[in-house]
Design a protein around this ligand. Structure first.
Ligand code: ZN
Length: 64
C-alpha cells in the first residue's frame, strides 16, 4: 500500500504509523486535521457574533 500523505510505498504489517509510512507523515496528517478543525469554528464564530448583533438591533427597533 502507499502512504496517504506522501504516496510512497509503505508496509502495513509491523508498521507503527500505518497507514502512514513514518511518524512524520502521521504527525503531519494529525496536524492537518487539527488545522482543519480549528479552521471550521473560525468563520462560524464570525457568523455567530454577527447574528446576535442583528437580533439586538431588531429588538431595539421593536421596543420603543
Ligand atoms: Zn508518508
Amino acid at each position: 500500500m502507499t502512504c496517504p500523505l506522501c504516496h510512497q510505498p509503505t508496509t502495513w504489517e509491523g508498521n507503527t504509523w500505518r497507514p502512514f509510512c513514518s511518524e512524520r507523515c502521521q504527525l503531519t496528517d494529525l496536524g492537518a486535521w487539527a488545522t482543519d478543525r480549528y479552521r471550521i469554528p473560525g468563520p462560524d464564530l464570525t457568523m455567530d457574533s454577527s447574528l446576535p448583533d442583528s437580533l439586538e438591533e431588531d429588538k431595539d427597533l421593536e421596543t420603543p
